[in-house]
Design a protein around this ligand. Structure first.
Ligand code: ZN
Length: 466
C-alpha cells in the first residue's frame, strides 16, 4: 500500500476515533480491469500491522454489508434507473467511454437528448448501453471543504460521466456515492487529486435529494529530489509502500507516527506519538493545504525515537534477525550488543553497518589517534597502547566490571582520566571515530584474543610513525 493511501486511511481512522465514530473498511473493486491478485490481502495486512482496526468490513461484517462492491452489484442499477426516471441521467448507446480511464476524454453528449421513443427502440433491439449522469450545462457547484474551504466549479467543465457500465457494474465514481449514502458515511477523507471529481459527486447527491457528507481533502505528498526541488513522491525518492518500509526495518508505529505528520500539525511541539495520543490530539483544524514533503531523514529520527522507547526484550527479539550474527562470536553477546544499539539506530537495517567493525577490523587512518580535547597524539597513543596491552594481557576475568576496574587502575597509574586513556584504545579496537559503546564495551564484545590482536596492530602502526 502506497504511503499516500495509508496516510488517507490513517487520517480517516484518527478522525473517526477522535469523534467516537466508526471506521469502516469497504473494498471498491468495480473496475475489474484493474483487479490485482492479492491486493485485498495487502490492504488487510497493512491496516492490521499499522494498527488501523476497522469496526465493520468484509471480514467481520456489520450493519451495512456486504462491504465488497462487486458483491453489491445488484444494488446500483436501481439507483441509476432512478436517476434516469428523474431526468438526471440517460441511456447512452455509443459504446464509448466504457473503460473508466476513458471517461475523462470528453463525451460529445450524443445520446443526451434522445427521445423516449428512440431510447425504447434501442433497448427493445437489445443494444448495449451505459447510463450517464446528466450534468447541468450551466451554473456552478460549490462546497465548503473542511481543509480547502469554499470551492466552486463551473458545471460546464464537467463531463457526463458514466455511472453504470454496459456489464451492469457501476463506475467507482457512482458506486462510492451510492454506498456512502447507504452506509451513512458522514465524512469523506480523500487525497486532493479527487478535488476535481468532487462536483460530480455533489451533483449526484443533489440529483438523488440526499444529504451531502462533509469533505476533507488532504494535501499531496511530495518527495525531495537530489537537486533540492520537490515532485510527487515516487519510487525514485525511496521506498514508498508501507510494506517496503517495514521490510527495511522501520517500526510500524514509527511509520504511522511519521505519516501522521504529513499534512497535519499538532497544537503543541510534540512530534513522537503513540496511536492513542494521535487519536487524542488529531483535529481537522490541524490539516493543511500545502503539499507535505516526505523526508526520509525525519522518518528515521521519528522511528529511532520509537526504537529507543521500546521494551528492551522486544527489541532484542525483533532486531536479532537483522544483525546476521548467527554462529559468530557476537551471537552469545547479543543482549549486551542490543543494549548498545537500541538508542543508536533509526531502523533495524542500520544494524549490520553499525556492527561491521566488530566482525571485521576496518582499515583506518592513523590520524584518528590525534584528538585535541583528549590531548591524544600518535606518540602518546603508542605509549598508552603499550601499557594497555601489558595490563590486559595479565587480566584473567574478561567481564565488563573487571575491564573497567583494570582500565581505571591504569588511568590512575598514568595520571590520565579514563576518557583520554581509552581514546587510543577505542581507535585501535574499532578504527572508527564514533562507535556504539566505548572502549570497555568493545573490549568486552571482542573478547580477549581479538582485542589484544587489534591493540597490538595499533601499537605497531603508531610506533612505526615515531
Ligand atoms: Zn451516447
Amino acid at each position: 500500500m502506497h504511503i499516500g493511501n495509508l496516510r488517507t486511511a490513517l487520517f480517516a481512522y484518527l478522525f473517526a476515533k477522535s469523534q467516537n465514530g466508526k471506521f469502516i473498511l469497504r473494498i471498491e473493486d468495480t473496475d475489474q480491469g484493474r483487479y490485482v491478485e492479492g491486493a485485498v490481502d495487502v490492504i488487510y495486512e497493512t491496516l492490521r500491522t499499522a494498527g488501523l482496526i476497522h469496526d465493520e468490513g468484509p471480514d467481520i461484517g456489520g450493519e451495512y454489508g456486504p462491504y465488497v462492491q462487486s458483491e453489491r452489484k445488484g444494488i446500483y442499477r436501481k439507483y441509476a434507473e432512478e436517476l434516469v426516471a428523474k431526468g438526471e441521467a440517460y441511456y447512452c448507446f455509443c459504446q464509448k467511454g466504457e473503460k473508466e480511464s476513458e471517461s475523462m476524454e470528453g463525451y460529445d453528449r450524443h445520446c443526451r437528448n434522445l427521445s423516449k421513443e428512440e431510447v425504447e427502440a434501442q433497448l427493445a433491439a437489445g443494444k448495449p448501453y451505459v447510463i450517464r449522469q446528466r450534468i447541468p450545462l450551466d451554473g456552478t457547484t460549490s462546497w465548503n471543504d473542511m481543509v480547502y474551504g469554499e470551492i466552486s466549479v463551473e458545471n460546464s467543465t464537467l463531463d457526463d460521466q458514466v455511472l453504470l457500465k454496459s456489464d451492469g457494474m457501476p463506475t467507482y465514481n457512482f458506486a462510492n456515492v451510492v454506498d456512502d449514502h447507504l452506509m451513512n458515511i458522514t465524512h469523506i477523507i480523500r487525497g486532493s487529486e479527487y478535488l476535481s471529481s468532487n462536483p460530480k459527486y455533489l451533483l449526484l447527491y443533489e440529483a438523488f435529494g440526499w444529504e451531502k457528507p462533509q469533505y476533507i481533502h488532504l494535501p499531496i505528498i511530495n518527495g525531495k529530489n537530489p537537486d533540492g526541488s520537490i515532485s510527487k513522491l515516487s519510487k525514485r525518492h525511496g521506498a514508498v509502500s508501507f510494506q517496503a518500509l517495514v521490510e527495511q526495518g522501520y517500526l510500524p508505529e514509527g511509520i504511522v507516527n511519521y505519516i501522521a505528520l504529513l499534512g497535519w500539525s499538532p497544537k503543541t511541539d510534540q512530534e513522537i506519538f503513540s496511536m492513542d495520543e494521535l487519536i487524542e490530539q488529531f483535529s481537522v483544524a490541524g490539516v493543511h493545504k500545502s503539499p507535505a514533503v516526505f523526508d526520509y531523514q525525519k522518518l528515521g529520527w521519528v522511528d529511532g525515537q520509537h526504537i529507543t522507547g521500546m521494551d528492551p526484550e522486544k527489541f532484542q527479539h525483533d532486531a536479532l534477525p537483522y544483525a546476521h550474527i548467527d554462529g559468530t562470536f557476537l551471537e552469545p553477546k547479543w543482549t549486551k550488543l542490543a543494549t548498545l544499539l537500541q538508542s543508536r539506530i533509526t531502523k533495524y537495517s542500520d544494524i549490520p553497518e553499525k556492527i561491521a567493525f566488530l566482525l571485521q577490523m576496518p582499515e583506518y587512518d592513523i590520524d584518528l589517534y590525534i584528538h585535541k580535547k583528549n590531548k591524544s597524539t600518535i606518540e602518546t597513543s603508542a605509549v598508552i597502547l603499550s601499557r594497555a596491552i601489558e595490563c590486559l594481557t595479565a587480566l584473567e576475568d574478561w567481564s565488563e566490571e573487571s575491564l573497567l576496574a583494570s582500565m581505571t587502575d591504569l588511568a590512575g597509574q598514568t595520571g590520565l582520566k579514563l576518557g583520554p586513556l581509552t581514546w587510543p584504545v577505542r581507535i585501535a579496537l574499532s578504527g572508527l571515530a564514533a562507535t556504539p559503546g566505548g572502549a570497555i564495551d568493545i573490549l568486552f564484545l571482542l573478547g580477549k584474543e581479538e582485542s589484544l590482536k587489534r591493540l597490538n596492530a595499533g601499537l605497531v602502526l603508531t610506533s612505526k610513525e615515531n
